[in-house]
Design a protein around this ligand. Structure first.
Ligand SMILES: N[C@@H](CCC[C@H](N)C(=O)O)C(=O)O
Length: 285
């Protein structure tokens, strides 16, 4: 299987071009676990398939490192957009990407040659706060208080096509991302699990951010998580619509604006690390 390893701010996935490659649907969770394994595989936060869509310009299918399928991936969308543009699967600079969480609109910003893209903007759609849409057990729209890692946490649940719980803290470096993140990911309040973001607002337009991703654990960045964090900050009165927020993630910065028209725009990098061939007939991991 030919693959390309790409990352957005250090959130890396193995990308397989299913315009070209044929993969069995039922093998995909196992393949994701295999390629993500840093000792026995290639090493990544998961697997992403880039292929044809029946109703959009391209389709992105995302699997976490544990083999679970995700509905959306912000960093994956930017890399998918770069891949689709540079491989000629789209010939325009603005195009649509189908995901399980809905259709996202990509704008690539090519360099002077028009051939290479390293910066991409994605229209990530509108955040949802209704618990049923996320989903969160119970009925509500507001903050949720849960116990994890021996402390009580105030969470703001948000859907960006996938589920997020945003926690505002004084210092993200001191936050128990691994312990509390792992406990909250599988808390019974979240029937489909949740991605957990620890966020500190430095100013209304600058935030620090660390994440525990559902199905992959600690990662260097989470695009949907950063959008959820900005949405939660605006909803809590810590920022404002139409203000570009610089989100400092461990892997670098994202620029995010919740527009008053409703949708969230996310701009950030997309990079190729390497390409190669992977032997798919391997013992399961
Ligand atoms: N890294 C991603 C999100 C990937 C999926 C997530 N772990 C989930 O299960 O919802 C991003 O950049 O958004």
């Amino acid at each position: 299987m030919r693959f390309t390893k790409m990352h957005g701010l250090g959130n890396s996935y193995i990308y397989v071009d299913v315009f070209e490659e044929t993969l069995e649907e039922h093998e995909l969770p196992r393949l994701a676990r295999q390629v993500a394994d840093k000792n026995k595989g290639i090493g990544s936060d998961g697997l992403i398939l880039v292929g044809p869509s029946t109703h959009e310009d391209v389709k992105m299918q995302v699997f976490n490192a544990d083999g679970s399928e995700a509905k959306n991936c912000g960093n994956g969308l930017r890399c998918t957009a770069k891949y689709a543009y540079e491989h000629g699967y789209v010939s325009k600079e603005r195009f649509t990407i189908e995901t399980l969480g809905g259709t996202m609109k990509a704008t690539v910003h090519p360099d002077n040659t028009g051939q290479t893209v390293s910066l991409v903007t994605i229209d990530m759609g509108a955040p949802k706060f209704n618990w049923r849409d996320i989903p969160v057990k119970g009925t509500g729209k507001n903050e949720l208080v849960l116990e994890a890692a021996g402390s009580s946490w105030q969470l703001a649940p948000v859907s960006m096509g996938n589920p997020h719980a945003v926690i505002f803290v004084d210092d993200v470096e001191q936050a128990p991302v691994e312990k509390a993140g792992a406990e909250l990911e599988t808390h019974e309040a979240f029937p489909e699990g949740v991605n957990v973001e620890f966020v500190h607002m430095r100013r209304s337009d600058v935030m620090d951010f660390r994440v525990w991703e559902r199905g992959s654990g600690i990662t260097q960045a989470c695009g949907t998580g950063a959008c959820a964090a900005v949405a939660a900050a605006v909803a809590a009165g810590k920022s404002e619509k139409d203000k570009e927020v610089t989100v400092h993630l461990p892997g670098g910065d994202l620029y995010i604006t919740w527009q008053s028209s409703g949708n969230i725009l996310m701009t950030g990098n997309a990079e190729v690390i390497c390409t190669g061939d992977y032997e798919t007939r391997r013992a399961s991991v």
